[in-house]
Design a protein around this ligand. Structure first.
Ligand SMILES: Cc1cc2nc3c(=O)[nH]c(=O)nc-3n(C[C@H](O)[C@H](O)[C@H](O)COP(=O)(O)OP(=O)(O)OC[C@H]3O[C@@H](n4cnc5c(N)ncnc54)[C@H](O)[C@@H]3O)c2cc1C
Length: 384
């Protein structure tokens, strides 16, 4: 077969950033291979609120109708006590003003919608074991050269480790562990409804809501002084949340084997590229679940990288980083400020948050909430 004259790109990681990068590069004429460590596509996962510049990127990709069809119709955020009684709720009008344009959906659904529109070959169960600028050794032993290598392999990136060194130099631990999963339970879904309901006690939060068709999504968050992950996440969650009441026993009894469990951290590194290798998404700029814009920024980073590459490889990585990094840092700072709202450390702080929920019908409080949950980074889509 004659060798293609197109430039060859390798994308490592078939998550939000990797699939979006493949989508944009292949439309710009690159020949793209995606490798993904997981043995097959991972559906489900945790719930995300998708908005901001990534929403605009999805519109430009023509994906909004497909994303809308996967939307979970979340109508409110409710704080409950250990018996499930409502303590406070963000009013429907405040939620609408905070969340207008937001699409709540499973991370796996977002990835699936992008993947359905990617033409490049995706090889599952494969990763990289060595990188020598453009020359790549894969876990199956094969070796191949590329003009461009994109590390889109998430917060614990192997590409980053191989090129820039150990994670410790770049990962900022935010003092919490989190777990998330989705599962099927029609009676619980009917009981909870399409409201994000959460029970918060100092340093621990457990929340859940119905997604659609009897599916539920659960999120757990707790403070831990060490980023070290437990050997048995399900057992750890039982010991951390077993005493909480409400629906905690129901959720703890259905923790699946493929649960998402991780430390909560951000990635902060001075340079996102070296030679032919460039990082995108959480690999270089994880903002954490506290900031809540990671998927949006991952898609935006993919778009900005491809847009800058369209002007030629020379200087493209610098231009990409110069556009994206301020937005990422702004969002990370916002995320660190949001920790106390999402995981209040004391009863007093929980009461203050619940009070803000209760007053959320007032325009002044609504604007305060809106300002505190929506970092303004839309300018990143405009080339310098
Ligand atoms: C609980 C939770 C809630 C969140 N809520 C929101 C939200 O509301 N809104 C929002 O925008 N963002 C949210 N985020 C953040 C968002 O999910 C991430 O920022 C986003 O998924 C990052 O995309 P990514 O592609 O960079 O990384 P990932 O989505 O993590 O994808 C990385 C991919 O690389 C693969 N991989 C890893 N290592 C290798 C390897 N060595 N070789 C090959 N492949 C590899 C992984 O299997 C994975 O498929 C949330 C995150 C969490 C944990």
């Amino acid at each position: 077969m004659p060798k293609s004259s197109a430039q060859q790109a390798l994308v490592v990681g078939a998550g939000i950033a990797g699939l979006s990068t493949a989508w944009w590069l292949e439309r710009a004429g690159w020949e793209v291979l995606v490798v993904e460590r997981a043995p097959s596509f991972r559906a489900g996962g945790y719930m995300i609120d998708f908005f901001g510049p990534g929403h605009e990127v999805a519109r430009r990709m023509g994906l909004l109708p497909a994303l809308e069809s996967r939307r979970a119709p979340i109508s409110s955020v409710t704080s409950v006590d250990a018996r499930g009684n409502r303590r406070s709720e963000i009013s429907a009008s405040a939620y609408e003003s905070v969340a207008s344009g937001v699409i709540s959906l499973l991370r796996g659904d977002l990835a699936d919608v992008i993947r359905a529109d990617v033409r490049s070959s995706i090889r599952y169960g494969v990763t990289v074991t060595a990188l020598d600028d453009g020359r790549v050794t894969f876990s199956d032993g094969s070796v191949r050269s590329f003009d461009l290598i994109v590390g889109a392999d998430g917060v614990h990136s192997t590409v980053r480790k191989l090129v820039f060194g150990p994670a410790a130099a770049f990962v900022r631990y935010l003092g919490h562990h989190t777990a998330a999963f989705s599962f099927q339970d029609e009676s619980l879904a009917a009981r909870i409804g399409y409201r994000y309901q959460m029970l918060t006690v100092p340093e621990r939060m457990i929340g859940c809501y119905a997604v659609r068709d009897g599916a539920m999504a659960a999120l757990m968050l707790y403070r831990s002084s060490s980023p070290e992950l437990p050997a048995d996440p399900a057992a750890e969650l039982r010991s951390r949340f077993g005493d909480l009441g409400w629906v905690a026993p129901d959720l703890l009894s259905v923790v699946p084997e493929d649960i998402y469990y991780d430390e909560v951290s951000q990635v902060d590194m001075p340079s996102w590229h070296s030679g032919k290798v460039v990082l995108v998404g959480d690999a270089c700029g994880a903002v954490s679940l506290f900031a809540g814009h990671g998927a949006s920024l991952a898609m935006t980073g993919a778009f900005v990288l491809a847009e800058e590459l369209s002007g030629g490889v020379e200087g493209a990585f610098d231009r990409y980083q110069a556009r994206m990094k301020p937005a990422v840092e702004h969002t990370q700072a916002f995320g660190r400020r949001f920790i106390g709202w999402m995981a209040p450390p004391s009863r007093w702080r929980i009461s203050v948050r619940d009070m803000a929920f209760r007053l959320s019908g007032l325009p002044v409080v609504r604007n305060l909430i809106r300002g505190s949950v929506m970092p303004d980074v839309d300018g990143v889509l405009t080339p310098a």
